[in-house]
Design a protein around this ligand. Structure first.
Ligand code: TRP
Ligand code: ZN
Length: 473
C-alpha cells in the first residue's frame, strides 16, 4: 500500500559527482503535464523515506567490494511501474558517486539533493508504464547514525563489511525506494576477493570465479522484501548448510571469531525454534532460513536485525553472540515484519510487540517466567510508558521500549479479551491475511474487530492509544 504523498517540497539541486543537475525541480509540476514524483511517501516519522510516483517490482544489485580500500562499485537495475504520468522521479541514496543513470536504455539526467537522487528520464513516463532504471555508482559507503544514536548502513569490519538497513540504511549501499511500503524481489550479486564469502538474503544461486582472483556470489530473494531487510555480509565465515526435518534449506554463516559454545548451541536450535513458531504462527513464509553472526568493531552495533531469511547477530560484545531468546525474537520477525511488513514506521509495534510476545511465550515454554509474569514485569517497567505504541512521537522513538514492551502488552490484553484459543487462531490468521504484504495499525484493529464478537475497542483505546498508564494489568 502507498501513503498519500506530502505537498511537493521545494528542492535545492546540488551538483554531485560528474553529473550536471540543471534545475531538475523547475519543471514538470505544472498543471496538466506529467508530474514530479514526491521525494517521500508521506511517512509521518521519516518524511524523506521512499518516493512517490512508482512502485519497484525487482532490484538487480551487482556489487563489487574491495575490503582493503573500503570501496564499493555498484550497478542497480530497478524494474518499476509508474503510478501516474511522471516527468521526473526520485530514488533514495546516501553518499556514493553516481556515474550514470539510464531509463529504458536512454541516458537520464540526474541530480542530488541530500539523500534524494533525482532522475529525469529522456521521455516522460506514462501512468501504468513498466520502466527500467539503471544506476551506475561507486564510492566508500557510509556508516549512518540514526535519530536514536544507533548505527546502520554500511558497517566496515576488519575482514569485510556488513550492511544493515533498519530504518533507512539501505540507501547507504543501493539506490531505491527506501520505505517498507514498497516491497520487491531481489537478485543480489556480490563480487569479493577470492577466499572471502558474501552472504545475503534469499537463496544462493551460484558461486563463480571472476577474473582469476575474485568470487561472485549470486543471491536471489523471490518473496517480496522491504528495503530495510536487505543485507550483505562480507568476510570470513564458517558456513553450515543443512535442512530442517521438513526440508527447509538452512544457511548459517558464523564469523569464526564470534563463535562460542553458547552461540553454536543456540544456532543448533533453529529447526526446533522454527517448528515451534510454525505451530504458533502457521507455515514459515520463506523458501530458506538461517542466520549470520559477524565479528564487528566493539560497540558498533548493539542490536540483532531480522534481515529476511537470515537474521544478523553482531559479535561485538561479550559472548555469547547469540542466545536462544534473541534468536526466537528475530525468527518470529520472519512472520511479523518480514512477511507482514508495517505500512509505515509508526506501525513498528506490530513488529516488535509480536516479537516480544513471542519471547514471553518461549520463556514460558522453556520453563522460565510465565507469560503472566513477563507481562507483569513489562507493566511495572516505567520505560514502557513513555508514549502509546500506536503513536511514537518521533523518529528516535521507533525502537524505544513502549514499541516492544507495551506493544506486547496490547497483544497480552487482546489474548485476555479473546481467550487463549481464539487468540491462538488469530496468531495464525493475521500473518496469513497479509502474507508477503503490508499492514497498518488500523488494519490490525479492524481485523481484530471482525475476528471476534467481543468488543475490542476499549482495550485498544487504553493499551494501544491511551496516553495514561492503566491503573492495573
Ligand atoms: N528490529 C531490531 C530487533 O529485532 C531492532 C532494531 C534495530 C530497530 N534498528 C531498528 C527497531 C530501527 C526499530 C527501528 O530488535
Ligand atoms: Zn525486534
Amino acid at each position: 500500500m502507498r501513503l498519500r504523498p506530502p505537498p511537493r517540497a521545494v528542492l535545492l539541486p546540488l551538483l554531485a559527482g560528474c553529473l550536471l543537475a540543471s534545475c531538475l525541480s523547475c519543471t514538470g509540476g505544472g498543471s496538466g503535464g506529467p508530474a514530479t514524483g514526491a521525494p517521500g511517501v508521506g511517512d509521518r516519522l521519516f518524511p524523506d523515506a521512499g518516493n512517490g510516483g512508482y512502485d519497484v517490482g525487482h532490484y538487480t544489485l551487482d556489487l563489487g567490494y574491495d575490503p582493503a580500500s573500503g570501496r564499493l562499485r555498484g550497478t542497480a537495475t530497478l524494474t518499476a511501474t509508474a503510478d501516474r504520468d511522471l516527468a521526473r522521479f526520485n530514488l533514495d541514496l546516501a553518499g556514493l558517486d553516481v556515474r550514470s543513470v539510464t531509463v529504458d536504455g536512454a541516458a537520464a539526467r540526474a541530480g542530488r539533493d541530500g539523500t534524494e537522487l533525482q532522475v529525469r528520464p529522456a521521455h516522460p513516463l506514462r501512468h501504468g508504464a513498466r520502466f527500467t532504471t539503471v544506476v551506475d555508482y561507486q564510492g566508500t559507503p557510509r556508516l549512518l547514525t540514526d535519530a536514536d544514536g544507533s548505527h546502520e548502513g554500511w558497517i566496515r569490519t576488519d575482514d569485510g563489511a556488513l550492511a544493515l538497513g533498519e530504518p533507512v540504511g539501505s540507501m547507504a549501499w543501493f539506490p531505491g525506494n527506501d520505505h517498507p511500503s514498497d516491497k520487491a524481489a531481489y537478485d543480489i550479486t556480490v563480487t569479493v576477493p577470492h577466499g572471502l564469502t558474501a552472504v545475503s538474503n534469499g537463496e544462493l544461486l551460484s558461486t563463480r570465479a571472476v577474473s582469476g582472483d575474485r568470487t561472485a556470489y549470486h543471491w536471489r530473494t523471490s518473496a517480496p522484501m522491504a528495503t530495510y531487510l536487505a543485507t550483505v555480509a562480507i568476510g570470513h565465515f564458517d558456513v553450515t548448510r543443512s535442512k530442517t526435518p521438513d526440508g527447509l534449506p538452512l544457511y548459517v554463516a558464523v564469523d569464526p571469531r564470534s563463535d562460542d559454545t553458547k552461540t553454536s548451541a543456540a544456532l543448533a536450535r533453529i529447526p526446533e525454534i522454527l517448528a515451534w513458531e510454525e505451530g504458533l504462527f502457521g507455515p514459515y513464509p520463506f523458501a530458506s532460513a538461517g542466520a549470520v553472526v559477524d565479528h564487528l568493531p566493539r560497540g558498533r552495533v548493539g542490536y540483532a536485525l531480522e534481515t529476511q531469511n537470515r537474521p544478523v547477530f553482531p559479535g561485538d560484545g561479550p559472548p555469547p553472540a547469540v542466545d536462544p531468546v534473541t534468536l526466537v525474537h528475530e525468527l518470529s520477525h520472519q512472520w511479523f515484519g518480514d512477511s507482514v511488513t508495517p505500512a509505515a514506521w509508526q506501525d513498528m509495534w506490530l513488529n516488535e510487540g509480536f516479537a516480544t510476545l513471542t519471547e514471553w511465550l518461549w520463556q514460558q515454554h522453556e520453563g522460565g517466567p510465565s507469560l503472566d509474569a513477563s507481562a507483569a514485569a513489562a507493566f511495572a517497567d516505567s520505560a514502557n510508558w513513555a508514549f502509546p505504541p500506536a503513536t511514537p512521537p518521533d523518529a528516535a522513538s521507533v525502537s524505544a521500549p513502549p514499541v516492544y514492551g507495551r506493544g506486547a502488552l496490547v497483544l497480552y490484553e487482546l489474548r485476555r479479551t479473546l481467550g487463549p484459543s481464539a487468540f491462538g487462531r488469530l496468531l495464525k490468521e493475521w500473518p496469513a491475511a497479509h502474507r508477503h504484504g503490508n499492514a497498518s495499525t488500523a488494519q490490525f484493529t479492524a481485523f481484530c474487530a471482525r475476528f471476534t464478537s467481543k468488543d475490542v475497542t476499549p482495550l485498544f483505546r487504553t493499551w494501544l492509544y491511551g496516553a495514561a498508564k492503566p491503573s492495573h494489568l
